[in-house]
Design a protein around this ligand. Structure first.
Ligand code: PLP
Length: 233
């Protein structure tokens, strides 16, 4: 299927999920995740209306940002775990980082952003599934972490991001999404600095469920661009 066709289907599914949950479709933004997808194919997504893409590797983001530099209004989000030594590239190229989970990284980003005269929207990554393999803060550490982030003027804290349990059981997956809403409520109740309106959760296999549980950003790769090649061993 064409990228435009796949996007149309995904957008219709997002709308239907919003309607089913009694929400406005405008409340949920679609962030296409473009890892392993060639820059040339992203032009089709751009032509079909996409203006921001998400990458989980900084090197790949930098390469594609270069190849697509001619496209007006295109911006980039980093959605994967960041090594501190990549902060400079992110500070120069990205508009959003959805995987902030350490103060060391926040400090380095702030330093580089100040030097570049830029700001960055950030989402704090929370480990909602409790799996050891996942990045992100344990839910109970989020309030303290967010208070510390207030020291960094260049970081605009917008909300939270998570990867749910990869499970076919909607009850288990839904519990991860609900945990995120609890963290969000706690941050607001505690008067933590920031807005926390954004809940980035839901991917190709679980985005409708995520929308039913309050997602405001869904990160979708395979449902738009097709299956990815198997990762190299
Ligand atoms: C790859 C990726 C996605 C998209 O996953 P799909 O299953 O292809 O929709 C979303 N979020 C992150 C952090 C990713 O790395």
């Amino acid at each position: 299927m064409s990228i435009a066709g796949a996007l149309e289907i995904v957008r219709a599914r997002i709308e239907a999920a919003c309607r089913g949950a009694g929400r406005e479709p405008g409340e949920v933004r679609l962030l296409p995740i473009t890892k392993t997808v060639a820059a040339q194919r992203l032009r089709d997504a751009y032509a079909a209306g996409c203006r921001r893409f998400g990458e989980n590797r900084v090197q790949e983001l930098a390469a594609k940002a270069g190849e697509l530099a001619d496209l007006p209004e295109l911006s980039w989000a980093v959605v994967g775990h960041l090594q501190t030594n990549k902060a400079k590239v992110v500070a120069g190229l990205a508009s959003e980082s959805q995987a902030l989970d350490s103060l060391g990284l926040a400090r380095e980003l702030d330093k580089r952003l100040q030097a570049a005269g830029r700001q960055l929207d950030v989402l704090v990554e929370v480990n909602s599934s409790g799996e050891d393999s996942k990045f992100g803060l344990p839910p109970q550490e989020a309030p303290d972490f967010v208070r510390h982030l207030a020291a960094f003027d260049t970081l605009r804290v917008k909300g939270l991001m998570t990867l749910a349990l990869p499970s076919p059981d909607p009850v288990m997956v839904g519990a991860c999404f609900d945990r995120m809403r609890q963290v969000q409520r706690r941050l607001r109740d505690d008067g933590c600095p920031g807005s926390f309106d954004e809940l980035s959760m839901g991917m190709s296999d679980d985005f409708e469920l995520a929308i039913a549980h309050g997602a405001t950003c869904v990160r979708i790769g395979r449902a738009i661009f097709g299956e990815r090649p198997a990762p190299r061993p």
